[in-house]
Design a protein around this ligand. Sequence first.
Ligand SMILES: *Cc1c(COP(=O)(O)O)cnc(C)c1O
Length: 233
Amino acid sequence: MVGYYTKMDIKENISEILKTLPERVRLIAVSKTKPADYIQEAYDAGQRVFGENRPQEMAAKYQILPKDIEWHMIGQLQEKNVKYIADFVSLIHSVDSLKLLRKIDREAEKRGRVIDCLLEFHIANEASKSGLTESEADELLGSEEYRNLRHVRIAGVMGIATYTEDRRQIQQEFHHLRQLFDRLKEKYFPEQGFFREISMGMSGDYQIAVEEGSTMVRIGSSIFGERVYKTKN
Ligand SMILES: *Cc1c(COP(=O)(O)O)cnc(C)c1O
């Protein structure tokens, strides 16, 4: 069966990846669909930041795992599910509308928190990938309503490149995201030190992303093995 790595491998995989990452780049270990004992093994190897894409799954893992883990939401988030993670989530990478941001703000306010978020951009040459366009982001960041939100903080941008063998295309997409980051920084966050994250790069393309200025790579299968989904697709 695919994907059943021994625990030894998880530790080994993390240390191999860390060797290739510059100091400025954080490793987000993407543990979606993986059981808690895989996460515990990564934790025992020193890993503290984990990415999940389903709110309920993340909340269930949060309950049983060490409390100093930083949980990052990397998948599409529906407004009705924000409540499951609002108590403890460290960073939401996948904000793609003002409506969602407003909901996160409300849930954070109830809990007396400020939740850090990234704006997700559509950079891939694929209709299926979610995310904002550049003009949608300008509309969001320029709006009065956004400026009045007190319980969310935009810490940077996120994007997913096209799934392709064409390294040059991937490189161009990451480069584009980097340029977008620079422009938004200058226009909306010139003095805000917290606006500094560029979340880009997955198992297959993170080295390109790092070359293009990534500050966070989201790596799943190269650490934990291929995902085995119960549902067929
Ligand atoms: C699953 C996922 C990843 C990790 O993908 P791998 O190819 O397994 O490294 C990264 N980012 C997002 C948004 C994901 O959904």
